[in-house]
Design a binder for this molecule. Structure first.
Ligand SMILES: C[S@@+](CC[C@H](N)C(=O)[O-])C[C@H]1O[C@@H](n2cnc3c(N)ncnc32)[C@H](O)[C@@H]1O
Length: 222
């Protein structure tokens, strides 16, 4: 194990059958991945380089690459997810450079990317300020990052309604609701807590917007 893959997450790692289960159960959210990919593709500079931090099975990065306006790189700490994402990109016939590594010790040079996205993952990072500082370091001047994550103050009823809209079967729906209730909501940040993390980081400030059960955190390297 290298320094870049030492435990960089809170709780259990997503390897083996857990990664396979997650890849299968989140496939039903493809319309969300496609919508977000279109938004990023229109926001990031045409011909630029985009990085997805913690892409898991790679659905968003693959949809972004399919749109063809940016070259796409993915960085995930899970060896299983890197393997799954590479296979899915090959099946889709698109080029995404999926690499294994830790969000708080990225294997990229300074000023490498025009845009960074991180979805449904940030609350799991063991070193959140380190991850923000790495995003800042690898972004080019003027580059933007978008972090989308669960809000700690989302109610159980809102979360259950969200999961009901995910198109899961009964077992996966129950497992997903339990994961939200017993793990994810406990780890999630409030808008204020996220703002405080950003204030400690090299970004200094963020534009944070509430979105359903989550929030969009927009960051810019000035
Ligand atoms: C819940 S999954 C989200 C996957 C994907 N972004 C999505 O929207 O479905 C969380 C991801 O964060 C990754 N992860 C956790 N800690 C990490 C870290 N320190 N560096 C990079 N990836 C990390 C996990 O391996 C996993 O792929």
């Amino acid at each position: 194990m290298t320094a870049s893959t030492t435990k960089g997450y809170i709780g259990m790692g997503m390897e083996g059958p857990i990664a396979t289960w997650y890849a299968n159960s989140t496939r039903s959210q493809m319309p969300d991945f496609q919508r977000l990919a279109r938004r990023i593709s229109e926001t990031a500079p045409r011909g630029g380089r985009a990085l997805e931090v913690a892409p898991g099975p790679g659905y968003l990065a693959i949809e972004l690459a399919r749109l063809g306006r940016q070259s796409v790189v993915g960085l995930d700490i899970s060896a299983s997810f890197v393997r799954i994402a590479r296979q899915k990109a090959a099946e889709a016939g698109v080029r995404v450079d999926f690499q294994q590594g830790n969000a708080s010790q990225m294997p990229f040079g300074d000023n490498s990317f025009d845009f960074i996205v991180c979805r449904a993952a940030f609350k799991n990072f063991a070193d959140p300020v380190g991850a923000l500082n790495e995003m800042h370091r690898v972004l080019k001047a003027g580059g933007q990052a978008l972090i989308n994550d669960l809000r700690n103050d989302a109610s159980e009823a809102e979360v259950n309604q969200h999961v009901d809209g995910m198109g899961l079967n009964t077992v996966n729906s129950l497992l997903t609701k339990s994961a939200f209730k017993f793990m994810l909501l406990k780890r999630a940040y409030t808008v204020d807590a996220f703002g405080a993390l950003v204030a400690q980081s090299r970004f200094g400030a963020a534009n944070i917007q509430r979105e359903g059960i989550g929030m969009d955190i927009w960051l810019e390297k000035v």
